[in-house]
Design a protein around this ligand. Structure first.
Ligand code: SF4
Ligand code: SF4
Ligand code: SF4
Length: 184
């Protein structure tokens, strides 16, 4: 019987009680993603933002999540240890309602990519630079759901079939044929 497929889940745990708002993580992230790498340290290009809720005097590092086309009508209202946080305080979205997580020049959304690189980093840059252990990195292995494994197998079969067709008939002929079929 074949072993169940596994995948690695990467996590950054955040302990805001240790954060002093130094913003070194923002600069490290911006530098790592600059082109060329480390050529600039503009925090406006960072995929992590250290925010403070002024009402509550609490620093909270927030990593950029996905892009959202519109701001939401129903928002979360957090009360933690008796402190109230503003509605969008912990939201990681690149959202029209605020200027966070957008490329300053182009306005394109920025998203945390866990510092994917080749060869891979031992830990993401923001974690490496944080001297207060506010950010800690971990990896865990989880079993992949059967449908997901099946989907991956199907993709692999399609890729293999496509490559063998290209080998036999040439790229142009295969692309033309697929294009013709898709118009039917
Ligand atoms: S580097 Fe660490 S302590 Fe400094 S702002 Fe970032 S998370 Fe907070
Ligand atoms: S920042 Fe987040 S919570 Fe606030 S409106 Fe945008 S998507 Fe909604
Ligand atoms: S994991 Fe990497 S990309 Fe994500 S916020 Fe940290 S430094 Fe930026």
């Amino acid at each position: 019987m074949s072993k169940p497929a596994k995948k690695i889940i990467k996590e950054i745990k955040v302990d805001p009680s240790k954060c002093n708002g130094c913003r070194a993580c923002e600069k490290a992230c911006a530098a790592f993603h600059a082109i060329p790498k480390y050529s600039s340290f503009n925090p406006a290009r960072s995929r992590i933002k250290v925010v403070i809720d002024e009402r509550n005097d609490q620093w909270v590092p927030v990593r950029a999540g996905g892009y959202t086309q519109a701001e939401c009508n129903g928002r979360n209202h957090y009360v933690i240890d008796g402190k109230e946080y503003s509605e969008c305080a912990f939201c990681p979205a690149s959202c029209p309602s605020r200027s966070w997580f957008k490329e300053p020049d182009s306005g394109l959304p920025l998203k945390c990519d866990m510092c994917e690189d080749v060869p891979p980093l031992s830990e993401p840059m923001c974690v490496q630079i944080c001297a207060r252990d506010c950010l800690t990195y971990s990896e865990r292995e989880v079993a992949v759901a059967e449908e997901e494994t099946q989907e991956a197998d199907n993709q692999m079969e399609l890729k293999t079939a496509y490559e063998s067709l290209v080998k036999k008939h040439g790229q142009k002929k295969v692309v033309d044929t697929f294009s013709r079929l898709s118009k039917r």
